[in-house]
Design a protein around this ligand. Structure first.
Ligand SMILES: CC(C)(COP(=O)(O)OP(=O)(O)OC[C@H]1O[C@@H](n2cnc3c(N)ncnc32)[C@H](O)[C@@H]1OP(=O)(O)O)[C@@H](O)C(=O)NCCC(=O)NCCS
Length: 154
């Protein structure tokens, strides 16, 4: 999308990202996050990226690569800017980030069963369900994506 730049999270983004996350809390594990919590999460095995449009942060995507396979999420795009490819672009940036560390990487995501938009989004990227679990007592799916070896991009 024109005018959108994806870059690593910086401390100065924390308030906007926390606000965006809290507005969409029904989709995520945490019902409320603080800017301080986000800053403390990033580093040693957890990275976050943000999408900026015209200088404002409008989306974010985290990735936990402490474990194998790495887990992408949470991912969120500001409600007025959805269906314009920002989510897909952030996913590609995260995948590039991971494939620089490890050549052929499987990634997983966890998405609540009630979040049909999230499932449609991940399916469109090539994720397939591989199991289920509970998130805060709610049914959720684990979905996995295996990029073609050596390519690392959907
Ligand atoms: C899920 C989310 C991140 C998608 O971001 P997005 O920028 O709107 O997604 P994209 O525009 O890149 O969409 C890529 C593809 O995903 C699919 N998709 C996305 N939203 C969809 C919807 N509401 N219904 C059906 N398919 C959808 C489509 O195939 C789409 O391609 P198309 O627009 O060419 O048809 C966004 O809807 C969001 O922030 N939701 C709230 C938070 C959330 O649920 N996160 C996921 C759980 S962690």
């Amino acid at each position: 999308m024109r005018g959108v730049r994806i870059r690593p999270f910086e401390e100065a983004d924390a308030s906007v990202v926390a606000e965006l996350s809290n507005k969409n809390a029904e989709s995520f594990q945490y019902s409320r996050v603080s800017p301080e919590f986000l800053v403390s999460m990033v580093g040693s095995g957890y990275q976050m990226f943000v999408a900026e449009k015209d200088g404002s942060v409008v989306a974010f995507c985290g990735v936990n690569y402490r474990n194998n396979p790495p887990e992408i999420g949470p991912i969120c795009v500001s409600s007025g800017l959805r269906r314009r490819g920002i989510g897909r672009s952030m996913f590609r940036v995260v995948l590039d980030f991971l494939t620089k560390k490890q050549k052929c990487v499987e990634v997983i995501i966890k998405v609540k069963a009630s979040n049909t938009t999230g499932q449609a989004f991940f399916r469109s990227l090539g994720f397939l369900p591989i199991g289920d679990l509970k998130i805060n007592g709610e049914k959720a799916y684990i979905m996995a994506y295996n990029p073609p070896c050596g390519e690392g991009r959907p």
